[in-house]
Design a binder for this molecule. Structure first.
Ligand SMILES: Nc1ncnc2c1ncn2[C@@H]1O[C@H](COP(=O)(O)OP(=O)(O)OP(=O)(O)O)[C@@H](O)[C@H]1O
Length: 314
């Protein structure tokens, strides 16, 4: 939780729910015939849903990719549903029992839970949702060929979805024309969560929704979170540079360069991309031309990033 709270900004309510879920998993109260937990993460794009799962994997296994991820978008069409559970008997590949599942990541170990992420749940076809319901119910999935069963009973299942995020944003946009007091009153009467839940109920059957232990509502990234997000991205970049004993430092105005015009509708993802695509070429050129240098300091002058000369750094 310490790692999550340091690295996920502006999602306190969701993180508090994750903490409760982790306590229950650790206390080992869950039914032995279900997955350890089933958590649905809702919210707009680029607000930290997948990042939360990556950080949980990092905290438990020391690797942010130590989980099985299936992007439901790739299974959107009915005829791809077989990709989830392998080929049916008699088809090419059925004997091998291959599927998209990474069984080691799902199984976990005697002391550590497996982690599974179904991304973009709203894109899954009805057939895939039916298959998934079985997993949430019994903690097991039998591959189509009938030769193998994947066991999710020691696994924390996470699902992400943007469903309802657009409707919630449209509702907020409409409210923004009202005076502040009226806005607060409307949000008290009809919170955005209720809008999202209504869309959810239209999209998914109650049988499916009833099998979810927790729905977490991730909020849109706010402007005041941006400076901290820039720091986090800079830390990530410096972690990579550490392998070459190198580092990059930004002045306050160079940091502001990255977030001041950032459009928060796109969440935090573009911020990280902008930092990488703009900083990496500058770093590459600097360190290639001056291999004897180990740190680079950048400032922003007239809206342009500039390398600070050696004497200015002190
Ligand atoms: N609240 C946040 N705190 C810290 N970093 C964040 C946050 N939200 C997003 N990020 C950064 O943005 C990147 C994209 O976020 P993430 O992958 O979690 O998106 P998402 O919410 O799962 O959206 P999508 O539905 O589009 O996948 C992350 O790698 C992370 O660096």
């Amino acid at each position: 939780m310490q790692l999550l709270r340091e690295r996920i900004i502006g999602q306190d309510a969701a993180l508090n729910e994750i903490e409760k879920m982790l306590h229950v998993v650790k206390a080992d109260f869950s039914s032995p015939d279900r997955p350890l937990s089933v958590t649905l993460m809702l919210g707009p794009t680029g607000v930290g849903k997948t990042e939360t799962v990556r950080l949980i994997a990092d905290a438990i296994y020391g690797r942010p990719d130590a989980f099985c991820r299936i992007d439901m978008n790739t299974l959107a069409q009915e005829h791809y549903a077989a990709a989830l559970t392998g080929a049916p008997p008699g088809y090419v590949g059925s004997k091998e029992g291959h599927s998209l599942f990474d069984e080691t990541a799902i199984a976990g170990s005697h002391t550590r839970p497996g982690i599974m992420l179904f991304d973009e749940l709203e894109k899954a076809s009805n057939e895939v949702i039916r298959g998934l319901m079985n997993v949430l119910d019994t903690g097991r999935l039998t591959l189509k060929a009938g030769t193998k069963t994947i066991d999710f009973r020691n696994c924390m299942i996470f699902m992400t979805s943007n469903v309802g995020a657009q409707a919630a944003q449209q509702y907020l946009d409409k409210l923004s024309y009202l005076p502040e007091k009226m806005q607060a009153l409307c949000l008290k009467r009809v919170p955005t969560q209720r809008i999202i839940e209504k869309v959810m109920q239209r999209k998914f059957d109650p049988e499916f929704l009833n099998r979810i232990d927790r729905s977490l509502h991730y909020q849109a990234v706010q402007h005041d979170a941006l400076p901290r997000l820039v720091e986090i991205e800079l830390d990530k970049l410096n972690k990579h540079l550490q392998h070459q004993q190198r580092s990059v430092h930004l002045s306050a105005s160079a940091k502001a360069y990255f977030y001041q015009d950032h459009d928060i509708r796109y969440g935090a993802r573009h911020l990280g991309r902008k930092m990488r695509t703009e900083l990496e070429p500058i770093l590459a050129l600097y360190f290639l031309n001056q291999p004897e240098q180990f740190s680079l300091h950048l400032d922003c002058v007239d809206g342009q990033l500039v390398v600070l000369p050696e004497q200015a750094k002190a």
